[in-house]
Design a binder for this molecule. Structure first.
Ligand code: C2E
Ligand code: CA
Ligand code: CA
Ligand code: CA
Length: 279
């Protein structure tokens, strides 16, 4: 028993050390990524199910690590929030997205909205609204083409400040979308309190929407509610033709998902838009 206790202790210590080392490494790697601009934005089209046109894109962050290759955001956003590194990363994201939105809107595919994800930490930082106002001014993007995607997490910690910040964005003319709708708690109370324009229905409700009556009922219910509240709806995670046809037939909404396109670099997006327009 004595040996075993020691081994268990040893195991915990090793495991703890390993995790700490991993985090320290990741933190250093992120610092380097920020310095050397190893980030890239990929863009995923959003389609109006009624007109069949691409109406906007969502910017999704990619980290091209020189040795490890593409590291998905889920593997580093969390830690970067803890270390505060999300702030310089987000500043880069916002500027890049706005610059690319200006370029996209110079072309024949205009108008295209640009949706950018923000993390709770960003919203809580004093000067958040001012920093967005500055990027809009510096890049020349008109505010109504920018859409900020927030999650309920934004509202959990410091609700008062978060609401002020969101109202501040709204006053600039920026649109606000509530992301991952349906996955958090007390979603409905936020709808009353926030000046949001769009709900993004989480893709977990779409996977089985064509065959699961409960999912179908939830989607229909959310869309009815949103309509009554004057909100736009976007349905995420449309992966199959079957889902597309099902949704298009029942709901005049915006759609996004692998069925139309994966998130792709700007060049590929422009090619996609050129081809898409010919249909
Ligand atoms: P999200 O905002 O909910 O973004 C949608 C995620 O679903 C993206 O994953 C996208 O690639 C994926 N997706 C899109 N269509 C489909 C589909 O049809 N099927 C499936 N299975 N997945 C689909 P990604 O790019 O790995 O991003 C994951 C999360 O990381 C995002 O979730 C968002 O919360 C966060 N994130 C990404 N970029 C940023 C950023 O610039 N800033 C912040 N703060 N968070 C970001
Ligand atoms: Ca999003
Ligand atoms: Ca989402
Ligand atoms: Ca999400």
């Amino acid at each position: 028993a004595k040996g075993r206790g020691r081994n268990t202790y040893q195991w915990y210590t090793d495991e703890l050390n390993r995790r700490v080392t991993e985090r320290v490494n990741l933190r250093h790697a992120l610092a380097q990524a920020i310095e050397q601009e190893q980030f890239e934005l990929h863009y995923q089209p959003q389609i109006d199910s009624v007109s069949g046109r691409v109406v906007g894109v969502e910017a999704l962050l990619r980290w091209q690590h020189p040795q490890q290759g593409n590291i998905p955001p889920i593997d580093f956003i969390g830690l970067s929030e803890e270390t505060g590194q999300i702030i310089p990363i987000s500043d880069w994201v916002l500027r890049r997205a706005c610059l690319d939105a200006v370029a996209l809107n110079r072309g024949e595919h205009a108008p295209l909205t640009m949706a950018v994800n923000v993390s709770p930490m960003q919203v809580q930082r004093p000067g958040f609204v001012a920093s967005i106002e500055r990027v809009l001014a510096e890049t020349g993007l008109s505010a109504e083409l920018l859409e900020i995607e927030i999650t309920e997490g934004v509202l959990m910690d410091s609700t008062e400040h978060a609401i002020d910040a969101i109202e501040g964005l709204r006053a600039l003319g920026v649109n606000i979308a509530l992301d991952d709708f349906g996955t958090g708690f007390s979603s409905l109370s936020y709808l009353k309190r926030l000046p949001i324009q769009k709900l993004k229905i989480d893709r977990s409700f779409i996977r089985d929407v064509t065959c699961d009556e409960n999912d179908a009922a939830i989607v229909e219910g959310v869309i009815t509610l949103a309509e009554k509240l004057g909100l736009t709806v976007l349905i995420e995670g449309v992966e199959t033709r079957e889902q597309f046809l099902y949704l298009r037939e029942r709901h005049p909404t915006y759609l996004q998902g692998y069925y139309f396109a994966r998130p792709i670099p700007l060049d590929a997006l422009i090619d996609y838009l050129d081809r898409f327009d010919q249909h």
